[in-house]
Write a protein that binds this ligand. Structure first.
Ligand code: HEC
Ligand code: HEC
Ligand code: HEC
Ligand code: HEC
Ligand code: HEC
Ligand code: HEC
Ligand code: HEC
Ligand code: HEC
Length: 446
């Protein structure tokens, strides 16, 4: 009887829970913004240019439905640069030109800004590859916009700051990130400059790490003389660029070879799945290097990762211990809830929780840890991945210095706490407060 009850009640409860969860997710997406926190933010009008499907509204100042020739004629006066770029592009110079209205529509009160689906109506191969990248999960270009707006700090931070997120992460919502409008030039997209508008800055210093590598130096020295009209294939380039390595063969995916991803987590490079990814890299390096050499270079990167995680785990253990003894200030209940509006504030410590530390007033020891994990770890990873040994050394030096500071500071916090509890018992305080930097120095020098 009881078993029967359980058999009936449990599935019903599970069904209700799933339905409620689903309803909650649907509800949370029903606000003015997009993503999980759409109810907590509303877009500025400019966001329409970065995420047209969700936010673009055509101006209604010009009335009429126009033929292609009229678009060009009028825009010759209004936006001559755009018309000039379009005129020299392949879109204008094929036998059946792709006109302004093929991308933007003909009714000027219902213009559209072309999303990947619009380009995809003619470029099925690139669009198909681009969409298919979703199966590799995060990080990837196709999922980049969701990733940004679903980050809790996106909803929390001031609007002026988070516009930058949308600009870089719009690589998912339009196709003009690498071959820019209105020339849509593949030669431009093959160069590293096409990537580094977004792939730069402390958590992803891809520019620094590449330009400091043997490959990047060759590019800087000789790139001017290379014929950029050639596709990214074996024999066409002396040294590889970002796109040569990450979009080899013109494949519109960047996630199909990577195993360390962003460098945010420790992974096991030896699983059979990861060995398949590694083999893809080695075949690519093989365009110019011996297989054995490439294998060894990439193994160096795995070694570098192993060392980093040793340091990060050590720091994390110290912080967790301090937290469990209530030694980290401010304590959980004194912090701003994260994300905005959440019911249970908590101290954010750890490889993932840690990211938020950049954006709030947290203690110095957490800030040290954050920089160690998010800037120096990730910087060192990119240096190892891109063969820039100086960057690896710099990252490791900074991490070691942070770890030392964390240890010292943890010692001080523990000592202060011990003194505090002793003072409550009325013993030992004098010993603690009579020592320390000022007092010792004065005693020795006065
Ligand atoms: C009679 C002149 C005229 C003609 C013809 C014309 N445009 Fe425009 N277009 C304008 C003006 C003026 C603006 C700026 C409108 C504003 O900012 O309110 C504009 C803006 C645009 C924009 C930018 C919208 C935005 O939100 O930034 C696009 C895209 C555009 N036109 C495409 C076209 C296309 C496609 C055609 C042909 C179907 C066309 N135009 C025909 C005058 C014209
Ligand atoms: C192959 C597709 C394509 C064609 C053809 C095309 N555009 Fe565009 N256009 C775009 C894209 C992509 C954007 C950027 C949309 C965004 O910001 O989300 C854009 C943006 C614009 C804008 C907004 C201003 C800006 O920020 O650059 C104007 C104005 C414009 N186009 C006018 C034109 C005119 C005029 C023509 C014809 C001479 C034309 N476009 C042809 C794809 C196209
Ligand atoms: C109406 C069909 C159509 C649409 C829509 C379209 N294209 Fe094209 N595109 C073409 C044609 C046709 C060519 C020329 C192909 C050729 O000459 O082999 C071309 C060429 C290109 C090239 C190659 C240029 C070069 O330098 O070799 C790129 C890049 C490109 N398109 C990107 C885009 C993007 C991005 C969009 C959306 C913003 C877009 N296209 C929308 C038809 C289209
Ligand atoms: C300068 C361009 C740029 C800006 C600005 C930017 N991002 Fe990113 N973001 C990137 C790049 C590039 C990566 C991928 C790094 C990698 O794989 O090395 C990334 C990665 C991420 C990731 C982790 C990726 C994953 O899937 O695991 C998140 C989350 C993220 N960004 C959110 C944000 C938010 C939120 C903001 C604004 C506060 C922001 N980004 C601002 C370029 C940018
Ligand atoms: C408009 C900004 C932008 C441009 C331009 C851009 N990217 Fe990205 N890229 C991103 C963002 C944002 C992410 C992180 C996406 C996420 O959060 O999941 C990313 C992620 C990546 C990743 C990580 C994939 C993984 O599996 O770890 C690689 C590799 C990459 N991009 C390579 C390139 C290359 C190569 C170029 C130039 C040919 C380029 N990107 C141009 C914004 C950009
Ligand atoms: C991360 C950078 C990047 C993004 C984003 C990107 N492309 Fe490209 N695209 C490239 C590169 C690099 C090439 C040159 C590939 C080669 O040399 O084989 C290229 C080439 C092309 C070509 C010309 C292919 C040929 O054989 O001539 C088309 C068409 C194209 N892209 C369409 C698109 C469309 C559609 C989208 C959006 C779904 C898109 N691209 C987004 C980097 C990008
Ligand atoms: C010689 C080939 C090569 C060149 C050139 C190169 N990369 Fe990489 N990149 C790699 C390798 C190898 C990794 C490590 C991938 C892994 O996890 O296995 C990597 C990692 C990355 C990642 C982290 C995500 C991932 O795939 O693990 C990003 C983002 C990235 N590179 C962007 C760039 C950018 C932007 C440039 C140009 C400024 C560039 N790369 C130049 C080979 C290259
Ligand atoms: C398109 C050709 C090309 C590809 C592809 C390529 N490299 Fe290179 N690589 C070069 C050239 C050229 C040099 C400079 C050789 C020299 O210094 O004499 C070089 C130098 C290097 C160096 C420095 C070697 C030294 O002696 O200091 C490393 C490390 C390296 N490559 C690793 C890789 C890895 C790993 C890959 C694959 C992810 C790769 N390369 C893909 C052309 C390439």
């Amino acid at each position: 009887m009881r078993l029967k009850l359980i058999l009936v009640v449990l599935p019903i409860a599970a069904l209700l829970a799933v339905t409620a969860g689903f309803a909650y997710v649907q509800w949370s997406k029903g606000g003015a913004g997009t993503g999980l926190y759409s109810r907590d933010w509303a877009p500025d009008p400019v966001q329409g240019y970065w995420d047209p499907d969700n936010f673009y509204h055509s101006p209604d100042s010009v009335v009429g439905v126009f033929e292609a020739e009229l678009c060009i004629q009028c825009h010759q006066g209004i936006t001559p640069g755009i018309v000039a770029d379009w005129s020299t592009s392949r879109h204008a110079q094929t036998s059946e030109p792709v006109y302004c209205n093929d991308c933007h529509g003909s009714d000027h009160q219902q213009l559209r800004l072309p999303t990947p689906d619009v380009c995809g109506s003619c470029h099925k191969k690139q669009h198909g590859e681009f969409k298919d990248e979703a199966r590799y999960g995060f990080p990837s270009h196709v999922l980049a916009m969701e990733r940004a707006v679903d980050a809790p700090h996106f909803a929390d931070k001031p609007k002026a700051e988070v516009q930058s997120c949308v600009q870089c992460h719009s690589v998912a919502t339009k196709c003009d990130s690498c071959h820019t409008r209105h020339r849509f030039n593949t030669a431009e997209a093959r160069r590293p400059e096409a990537c580094i508008t977004c792939h730069s800055g402390p958590p992803h210093p891809d520019d620094e790490s590449y330009f400091g590598s043997a490959h990047g130096k060759l590019y800087l020295a000789e790139g001017k003389t290379w014929d950029w009209s050639k596709p990214l294939a074996k024999g066409n380039y002396k040294a590889p660029t970002c796109a040569y390595c990450h979009m080899d063969g013109g494949r519109h995916q960047v996630a199909h070879k990577s195993m360390w991803k962003f460098g945010l987590r420790e992974i096991n490079p030896q699983t059979s799945k990861n060995q398949v990814l590694r083999q893809r890299w080695i075949e690519l390096c093989n365009d110019c290097h011996q297989e054995k050499e490439a294998e060894q270079w990439l193994a160096e990167m795995d070694q570098e990762r192993k060392q980093v995680w040793g340091k990060l785990y050590e720091a994390e253990a110290i912080l967790k211990d301090l937290r469990s003894n209530n030694l980290i200030q401010p304590e959980a209940e004194d912090r701003p809830p994260y994300p905005m509006g959440s019911l249970w504030p908590r101290e954010r410590i750890g490889f993932f929780e840690g990211q938020a530390s950049a954006f709030y007033n947290v203690s110095a020891i957490e800030r040290d840890y954050f920089e160690m994990w998010y800037f120096d770890n990730l910087g060192s990873y990119k240096s190892a991945a891109h063969g820039n040994m100086h960057g690896v050394e710099k990252g490791h030096k900074k991490m070691s210095a942070s770890l030392e500071r964390i240890k010292t500071y943890a010692g001080e916090l523990r000592a202060a706490s011990e003194a505090d509890s002793n003072s409550k018992k009325g013993v030992g305080v004098a010993e603690f407060w009579s020592r320390g930097a000022y007092t010792d120095y004065n005693r020795e020098h006065n």
